[in-house]
Design a protein around this ligand. Sequence first.
Ligand SMILES: [Zn+2]
Length: 179
Amino acid sequence: MHQFRCFNQIEIQVVNQSVELAEELVSDHYKLSTSQLLRLNYDVKTLQELSSDEIVADHFAQIVRYAAKKRGALLDTSVKDFYKVCLQDHAIVSALNQNSQLNLMAFVLYIVSHELIHIIRFRNFLQHFDASVNERLAEEIRVHAKTHEVLSGITLEGLNPVLSFYENWRSPPHDIMNS
Ligand SMILES: [Zn+2]
């Protein structure tokens, strides 16, 4: 077992609400039906449900792609990949402790909305998962702008400080890796 701080039960409830709201807002924005949302084939997990190689110290989340390759299949595309959004509880809690204006609900809403937008863009072939470093940075800027657009239309306590927090964000908030 790793030594990182996991969300407690109360925090998990808040995170679950954030994830639901993020799914609702992002799928409304992209006009996705429930079945289209399901076909994105992802899941959001907190630290308790991560394996040691899905945990990173310095990002709030990372997306791990699990390629469901069929043995002997002729085409890579025959089986859809699965995306696991790995929330890094310890990094999120640490940021909240350092920024008294941030609250868990709004902060996780931003993080999960951002990751969902990445996944939609991978699924729509707007961005390759295995892009170069420069392409990834350009994509980060686009996805942050899109996240801002999706969230700026709603009223939620603590959201404005989160949007300000990301205005000044210089390094990517997460990592993307193949497993
Ligand atoms: Zn990103």
